[in-house]
Structure formats: structure tokens, C-alpha cells
Design a protein around this ligand. Sequence first.
Ligand SMILES: Nc1ncnc2c1ncn2[C@@H]1O[C@H](COP(=O)(O)OP(=O)(O)OP(=O)(O)O)[C@@H](O)[C@H]1O
Ligand SMILES: [Mg+2]
Length: 123
Amino acid sequence: MKMVVAYVRHEAFEPIRGELLDLGFPSLSVSEVKGSGRQKGITERYRGAELTNYLRPKLKIECVVEDGDVQTIVDTILKHARTGAVGDGKVFLVPVDESYRIRTGEAGSETLQAHSTDDLPPK
Ligand SMILES: Nc1ncnc2c1ncn2[C@@H]1O[C@H](COP(=O)(O)OP(=O)(O)OP(=O)(O)O)[C@@H](O)[C@H]1O
Ligand SMILES: [Mg+2]
């Protein structure tokens, strides 16, 4: 199992989420973060003064999947998050040792995403 961690522009999230859902990966987390990359910050003029913003807002996506699904997730993120301009973001792969579904106590990769055999509670 791996956690795909991606820092992307806000606009990239909806297209990524939509395609991951279509591909059978509905389970993920997203959070608002601030960060900096190689450019360190951007300098703007405000009332005549130069101000440098060292931190830029990004969305952090976390999606844990089986090893065999990692490339699908990465490809989907790259496809929708790449504009070609600086600041498009980064993707990292983090090893995950174990997973538990709290409701049932089940463990293992079966708990990661939706499976057709799942006994989901009524909507
Ligand atoms: N090594 C890193 N560790 C943790 N977060 C990072 C790292 N690199 C980038 N990020 C996160 O990704 C965001 C976007 O990074 P960014 O796309 O600017 O990377 P970059 O290396 O400067 O590439 P580019 O030259 O395309 O801008 C950062 O604001 C930060 O939140
Ligand atoms: Mg950058």
C-alpha cells in the first residue's frame, strides 16, 4: 500500500476528484496548505512597496491505494494538475504499513477503496 500525496493548484482538484471517482477511487482526503517551491515566493508591488509572499496556497491530496493502483492515481493527478507554468505542484509516494476500517475492524488493502462486494450501509 502507498499513500499518494499531491500538492496541487485549487483548480486542479475537481477534475482530479471526478476522474478518480469514475475510475473507482472515491476515497481520499484533501486539505488546504501553504507552501513554497524552488521559486521561494513571489514578489508583488503594494502601494509602491515591494512585498514578497513566501508561502503560496495549495491543496494537499492524500489517497491511499494498493501498489498496483499507484500509477493510475499518479497519472490522473499529473494529467489534470499540469499547466506547464511554475507552481504546478508535486507528487510524493509514501509507504503505508497497514489500514483499518473503523466501522468493521477489518484490516488490509480491501479497506482502502470501494469494492463491488462491499456491504455499504443504506444511503
Ligand atoms: N520537497 C517538497 N516537500 C514538501 N512540499 C513540497 C516540496 N516541493 C514542493 N512542495 C509543495 O508543492 C507546492 C508547489 O511546488 P512547486 O510546484 O512550486 O515546486 P517546484 O519544485 O518549485 O516546481 P516548479 O519549478 O514547477 O514551480 C509548494 O508550494 C509546496 O506546498
Ligand atoms: Mg515552484
